[in-house]
Every structure is written in C-alpha cells, then in structure tokens.
Design a protein around this ligand. Structure first.
Ligand code: SF4
Length: 662
C-alpha cells in the first residue's frame, strides 16, 4: 500500500465517509432484494479479478468532478464498482456516492413502461403510442413545444434535443437546469475571458501552495478533489488552505485560516485584495501590461456582460476605498486577514488556486463576484501557470460538457455559438444541412420563462408554451417558487407535461405522459466534467423492462414527425434531420428510430459526436474523434492532432507552454 493511497483513505475516514458508506450500503441492500454490490478496495488490484465478472470503464454519473469507475457486470447486471486507477481525475479513489453508483440502477420502483394519464389514472401504453402522442403535441403547436433538461444529459442526448428544437422546430425553447446554478459562472468566464469554461484544471491542485475556497465546501461536495491537496499536506508538503465562507463546514476543519464574512460581502473582500495589491505595488505589472485591459460599467444598475473600456487608473480609483479597515467594517472579516490575503496574492513565488461552486454561482451578485475573483488572479498574475488558477467547479456530471459546451440553452448553439448572431446560425444551418433561414434568431424561453409560460393560460400573454418535455431532471422538486412555476400547470387542462425519467419523482406526479428511461451504463454516453474533460463509456447492461435511451426517444419522435410530413424534420435535401446519425460506416441507412436497431450496426453516440465535434473547432474547443475517447479516461479540450497522428489534450488553457492556441 503506497503512502499516497493510505493518506487519501485516512482523509476520507476523517470526514466520516466510512460511516456513510456503511449506511448507504445497507440501504442499497434493502432495496434490491439483498443483492449487494461489493465495496471493492481500489488498492487491491486493477480491477479485482472476480469469477465471471466483466469490467469496463465509465465516469461516475453523480457530480462534475468526473471520477472514473470500473464497472463490474455479470449476467446483464452491475455487480461491482471499483475506483479506476488509470483515471487521472481520481487515481483509483471514489467518494461514497461513487462507490454506490451501481446501486442506482436497481431500485424496486424503476419506471419500466410508458404511462399516459387518463381521467381515471395512468394507463400503460406502447412506445409506438407514446411517440405518436408526442408527435401530435408538436404538430398541434410546434412553436409552443419546449424541452427542459440538465447537466445530466449525456453530450449526444443534449445535442439531439438541441438539433430537434433549434433545427427541427425552429423555436429555441430548450434550457437546462444549469441555467439556475451555473449561469453566473458562465457570465463570469465570458465577461472576463470572452469564452466560457475554466482555464485551469485539477493538476493545479497538485501544484498550488495556497488553496482558497470561496463559499465552497469541497470536503463534502467534491471530496475526491479535496483529498488531492489534503493528501499532499499529509505527506509533509506545505499547502495552505484558506476557507472564506459564511458558515463553518468540514472544509473549515482542515483550513489554516477561516474568514467568516457577512453574507454578500465577499465582493468587498475581493476588492480589498486588489486594493492591497495596488497600494503595496505588488500586483504583477508585467502580466497586467501584456495580457489585461480594464473595463467598467456605465450604469452599475444596468450592468452589461463586458462593460466598456476603462483604464488602470480608473480601476485603481474604484478599489481605493476598500482599505482593510473598510473591508472589515463591511464584511466582518478582521483587517489583518484581508492584509494576509493581499500579501499572499502579492507573492510571485507562490502558486494560488481559488475554488468555488454554488456559493458564488448562486450568489445574488454572482456574475460580479465571479468577475472579481478572476480579476484578483489576473491582477496578481496568479494565472496560467500550474497551481495558479481561478476554478469554478460544477455540480452535475455534464453541466460543462452538455449544458455549456453543447449549448443546450435557449440562447446558445453548440461550440459557443449564439442563436442571435446571423453568422453563427448560418454556420449551424450549414453543418446541419438546413435551408438558410430555418433557424430562429430569437432566443427561446429560459428556464423561468419556460415554466412561467406553461403555468399561464394559453390565451393569456406569455402562455404560448403548451408542452414541455422534461428529461434527466426533476423540476417539480427543484424549481424556485414551485407554486408559481410548476403547481399551477395542474389546473390548465390544455397544457401537457412529458417526463422521461428512471424513477417516479415530484415531476412525474404532474406528468401527462411518463416515459421510462435508460440510466448510466444502461446506455452509451459521453460526459464533460469541470476541467474540460470529455469522457466516453459504452452500454454495459440493458435497461429494465421497456426503458429506453433518452436520445432514442428524441430521434423516434423526430422520425414520426418526418413520416407525418413535418417540414422541420427534413434537411434541405429532403433527408431526415438525423440522417447523418443513421448511416453505418459503409453509408447504409440503419433505422435507428426503431428501438431494435438503435444499437444495431451504428453507434449513434459516435455519429452524433462526429457531427458535434465540427462545432468544437469553431472556437478553439477542439474535440478529438470519438475513438480517441474510447481509448482514454477522458481528454481535456482543446484536443489537437499532432504531426505523428496522435491527439494531444490541453491541461492548462491560455498558457503558452501548453495551449496550442496561445
Ligand atoms: S467525487 Fe463526484 S464523480 Fe467522484 S465519485 Fe464522488 S460523486 Fe462520483
């Protein structure tokens, strides 16, 4: 047993994970007829050899860390899970959720048949009937048909929905729940760098001397990442942990400094650090002169994403009031702690990584605090070197890969393009072989407007959405203001809610049509994690009953519409919208809209991905061919082909030593 592995294990015990593991294991056994999953020790072998068990890789489907697990299957059933020691993200370690990820497949109440609501309750219907019901809802009012998803869509699923809504229905009414959780991370990145997604990566956690958590609790929320630097400390390395938060957490227990601030005053702390850097003349002049410019808002009450050009002197003046004493008055953080932060950021020989997640991203001034923390790193030059990074972590396994990169948002297109820009729509129409003008330049309804609309009578202003198809999320539980945005739909008889899910939820309770979905390794998939890592896996067991892939469901509805003569489901040559996805390697069409052919001769994930990756090159987010991901435990984009034909990932974006586009 190596020291590293031992220490990581000790860390997990120190945060009481072992207890939680045992509890979760019992609960799993209780819901699966006492067929239990062994909790395998990743240190034993690679993976352990068990009679009759076949192993394959997959990313954990629980959080944005993107740990890889080895999945053991036997007799069409997941029977074991182990940490994947070949995975650079987690190096064999999993948290309690990862060790139990297999158990989510086997709850007794899995949905297994399509169910249609009637006056007397739900009745079982066939898939053919279900597909027809949805297709008729589309033809009844194509402009009022919306899709609502999440960062738990796989990349191909999100892409298929995106193409269906924006290329097929031309209404742009698609949004993920990531709208509610990640929006300010995205606007922070775009406002600061002009492009979304973190520049840094998890390797920063191996190189940083100082880690600062901003309203963030990785000890419990991203424990595998937390263990990565706590492990270094337990091996004798000096890693200073500074926890800036509004409440003590398990992260605080291991912090060297805890800075407790009054809610919403972290903006003053960031301004205070920048004031220190300028007042002490310790900001990185060379970095700032080479790489930074300054912008300001004209009207702080009507901020825009990028503001207007400004000057260093104006910036200096703007932060001048944030003396340590003034910041203490605002935030409650002692002035000497603000001085400490200023001194640390002023040291060129340190490497400083900031981590944040929902504390900053669901902040009442989320875009601003994101911008300010990026600005602290840029002003101090703690950027673009291993260990120097401002890094926003994601909660869902593919919030980055699907919601943000595929762009399953009402205003976005794949590859960082926007529906409102003529050139971007035209590029998309060309890549999808659509007639010019097919795509709608008006952004669709974002999450709140979409749900407001279905809760508004159709004959009233704003009530034009009459059908929402929900996949991979549970808005009946998670939307804000449920009474206004969800419950009111129950009284509106002409509104229709379709829910694809794996278990009954608060959302299925209000559904008019419930579709049973395949889950995790019951289907092929691709996720994109928090560090730009795209991760592929294959189906390893079949789904229960009549549960089917979400991606297939969308393609089947699209095909039903095509056969009804719905114009939007034809490309400009009259071919089916998903024609490129249905071609086998010899160019023969396979009827992938028929379930029995969905996994027959064509890997639909691959054909979708090969089309999608053409978008990735439009904004230097290059993805490699699908087959490269089959071989790897994920690759971080941009992934660029080398002279010898190999494909090279990029760990440190915007860094001259690593990023091919710098
Ligand atoms: S940290 Fe996240 S991705 Fe890793 S095992 Fe835990 S839940 Fe899964």
């Amino acid at each position: 047993m190596s020291t590293l592995q031992l220490d990581r294990r000790r860390f997990l015990k120190s945060v009481a994970m072992a207890t939680a593991t045992a509890a979760a294991h019992e609960s799993f056994a209780a819901t699966t007829n006492n067929v239990s999953l062994p909790l395998l020790d990743p240190q034993v072998s690679d993976p352990p050899s068990i009679d009759g068990v076949t192993w394959d890789k997959a990313p954990c489907r629980f959080c944005g860390t993107g740990c890889h697990v080895m999945v053991g299957t036997k007799d069409n059933r997941v029977v074991a899970v182990a940490g994947d020691r070949h995975a650079p993200v987690n190096k064999g370690l999993l948290c309690v959720k990862g060790y139990h990820v297999g158990s989510i497949l086997y709850g007794k109440d899995r949905l297994t048949k399509p169910l249609l609501k009637t006056d007397t309750g739900y009745k079982v219907i066939s898939w053919d009937e279900a597909i027809q019901v949805i297709a008729k809802r589309v033809t009844r009012n194509p402009k009022g048909f919306a899709i609502y998803g999440s960062g738990q869509w796989t990349i191909p699923e999100g892409y298929a929905c995106q193409k269906f809504i924006k290329g097929g229905l031309s209404n742009n009414h698609i949004d993920p729940n990531a709208r509610l959780c990640m929006a300010s991370a995205v606007t922070g990145f775009i406002g600061t760098y002009g492009v979304d997604e973190p520049a840094g990566c998890y390797d920063d956690l191996d190189a940083a001397n100082v880690i600062i958590t901003w309203g963030n609790n990785p000890a419990e929320m991203h424990p595998v990442l937390f263990s990565r630097f706590i492990d270094r400390r337990s091996r004798g390395e000096k890693v200073t942990l500074i926890d800036i938060g509004t409440r003590r957490t398990r992260t605080t227990e291991l912090a060297d400094h805890y800075l407790c601030f009054n809610p919403h005053t972290d903006l003053a702390i960031a301004n205070g650090i920048m004031h220190q850097l300028i007042a002490n003349d310790t900001y990185d002049k060379s970095f700032v002169e080479q790489f930074c410019n300054f912008r300001k808002q004209i009207d702080p009450n009507k901020p825009t994403l990028k503001g207007v050009p400004s000057t260093f002197d104006a910036f200096k003046q703007a932060v001048s009031e944030y003396t340590p004493k003034r910041v203490e008055e605002i935030s409650g953080v002692p002035a000497e702690k603000i001085v400490l932060l200023g001194k640390l950021f002023g040291q060129r020989d340190l490497r400083i990584t900031s981590l944040w997640c929902m504390g900053m991203n669901q902040h009442s001034a989320g875009t601003m605090i994101n911008n300010l923390v990026h600005s602290v790193h840029l002003l101090s030059g703690h950027f673009g070197k291993p260990g120097d990074a401002p890094t926003s972590l994601t909660g869902q396994p593919s919030a980055c890969g699907t919601a943000r990169e595929v762009g399953t948002l009402a205003h976005a297109l794949p590859g960082g393009r926007l529906v409102a820009k003529d050139a971007h729509r035209h590029e998309t129409e060309d890549l999808w072989n659509l007639p010019r003008g097919r795509m709608n330049p008006k952004p669709g309804y974002h999450t709140v407007k979409m749900w407001e609309s279905i809760c508004t009578p159709t004959n009233e202003p704003g009530g034009d959405v009459d059908t929402i198809w929900v996949q991979v999320t549970n808005p009946g539980q998670t939307l804000p203001n449920l009474h206004k945005l969800f419950d009111r739909k129950a009284d509106l008889k002409d509104k229709f809610l379709i829910v694809s899910d794996v278990y009954p939820t608060a959302t299925t309770q209000l559904a008019d049509l419930i579709l049973p979905s395949a889950l995790w390794v019951e289907k092929n998939g691709i996720f994109g994690n928090s560090e730009r890592r795209t991760q592929q896996w294959f189906r390893q067991v079949t789904p229960p009953g009549e549960a089917r892939d979400d991606c297939w469901q969308v393609i089947a509805v699209a095909r039903a519409l095509f056969e009804m003569g719905f114009e939007g489901m034809r490309d400009k040559d009259g071919q089916f919208l998903f024609h490129p996805q249905s071609q086998d390697e010899k160019g023969n069409e396979v009827p992938i809209w028929q379930w029995e052919h969905y996994y027959d001769k064509v890997n639909v994930d691959k054909t979708i991905f090969e089309e999608y990756r053409k978008f990735s090159r439009l904004k230097h987010k290059d993805l490699a061919p699908y087959d490269e991901y089959v071989k790897a435990r994920g690759l971080r984009w941009p992934v660029v082909e080398q002279a010898d034909g190999t494909w090279r990932e990029t760990g440190f974006r915007f860094s001259g030593f690593d990023d091919p586009y710098v």
